[in-house]
Design a protein around this ligand. Structure first.
Ligand SMILES: Nc1ncnc2c1ncn2[C@@H]1O[C@H](COP(=O)(O)OP(=O)(O)O)[C@@H](O)[C@H]1O
Ligand SMILES: [Mg+2]
Length: 337
């Protein structure tokens, strides 16, 4: 399969802020590449470079074989973009917005109408289609905006945080829709702060942190980088977290990762159950009281934490908990209250 989106050494600075630092990515045609990273990682900057809205300071980038600088006009005709902030006209109806996009793609009137209607239905906006956008909820605007990027049926679709601000139901609908587009051969680059989203949708995940690519691979490849399982302890009392960290560090497997706000410490291990038992004994001997102690397959969260030393997103989507890998907990205790 051919490479549809490619960057080589792309850098971009805003004054003294380095937004992109020699970024290399390559996305195969007909696949989903997720650009995963926390706020400020440089995701939108890369999206703007790829969609010709921003010139790189250094390096080159191509989409569908067209250079973002030299072939900008031809490149634009084969991409659809849904930006991070809705770009729809508030004073027009949803349908008018979609038909306008069709005009920008030089579609015939009949085709524009059909496509607009199709998108409205697809995104559950059939009823609201003839209302002004200013009466829409945030989620409805978001869906309209993503829908607008589809009117031209572009072979390459670029979605900047498409599900941020969507309720869990709309998020699921959008995921299914994206999967459908990919099945039809569309190449998609999407940015996200949600590991769960990258895990579910992406064939390839590029992890971006402060402008640099820090990992690139499939979800499984990234998880395998950690090797084995992860032992995770959650202390009942935050003041005992430090002591728990030194105990897990003494297991000599890898550097423990700490999430203070969750009173949680985790450590990758190659000797799963044995490490878990040792940890349980040592923590108990040290008089550390636990809410939870578990062994689980690494999640992308663990990968992110191990790579960057911090969590991907401060607030995970509500549906996140349901899709965490199953945890084998040997120890679970309610805090006495
Ligand atoms: N137009 C701009 N002017 C100045 N700084 C910017 C501009 N756009 C982005 N930045 C900075 O570049 C970095 C990357 O931003 P951005 O690409 O928006 O990250 P993300 O989309 O991953 O949250 C941030 O530090 C941001 O403040
Ligand atoms: Mg952004």
């Amino acid at each position: 399969m051919s490479v549809m989106i490619e960057t080589h050494g792309v850098s971009k600075a805003f004054g003294s802020t380095i937004a992109l630092d020699r970024v290399n990515i390559a996305a195969e045609g007909g696949r989903v590449l997720a650009l995963l990273g926390p706020n400020g990682a440089g995701k939108t900057t890369l999206v703007r470079v790829l969609t010709t809205l921003l010139l790189p300071d250094a390096g080159w980038a191509k989409v569908a074989g067209f250079d973002v600088v030299k072939d900008a006009t031809r490149l634009r005709s084969c991409i659809g973009l849904a930006g991070q902030y809705a770009a729809v006209d508030e004073t027009m109806t949803g349908r008018e917005n979609l038909e306008l996009v069709g005009r920008l793609y030089h579609l015939e009137k009949k085709v524009r109408r059909e496509r607009a209607q199709h998108v409205l239905e697809l995104f559950g906006l059939g009823e609201a289609g003839d209302r002004q956008v200013k009466t829409y909820s945030g989620g409805m605007r978001r869906r309209l905006d993503v829908g607008a990027s589809l009117v031209g049926r572009p072979p390459v679709l670029i979605l900047d945080e498409p599900t941020t601000g969507l309720d869990p139901r709309s998020r699921l609908d959008l995921w299914q829709f994206i999967e459908g587009l990919v099945a039809d051969g569309t190449t998609i680059l999407l940015t996200t702060q949600y590991l769960e989203e990258a895990d579910r949708l992406a064939h390839q995940i590029v992890v971006l942190d402060v402008g640099r690519v820090i990992a690139d691979g499939t979800s499984d490849q990234l998880k395998n980088q950690l090797g084995g399982d992860v032992v995770e302890a959650r202390v009942s009392d935050g003041s005992q977290l430090k002591a728990a960290v030194s105990i897990l560090a003494a297991l000599d497997e890898a550097r423990p990762q700490v999430d203070e706000s969750q009173r949680r410490v985790s450590v990758p291990t190659h000797t799963g159950a044995q490490t878990l038992i040792t940890a349980a004994r040592m923590l108990s001997e040290a008089g550390i009281s636990l809410d939870d102690l578990a062994l689980h397959r690494p999640s992308l969260d663990d990968v992110f934490l191990a790579l960057t030393g911090h969590m991907a997103a401060e607030t995970a989507p509500e549906s996140g908990a349901a899709s965490q890998p199953p945890r084998r907990s040997i120890f679970r205790r309610r805090r006495a209250s």
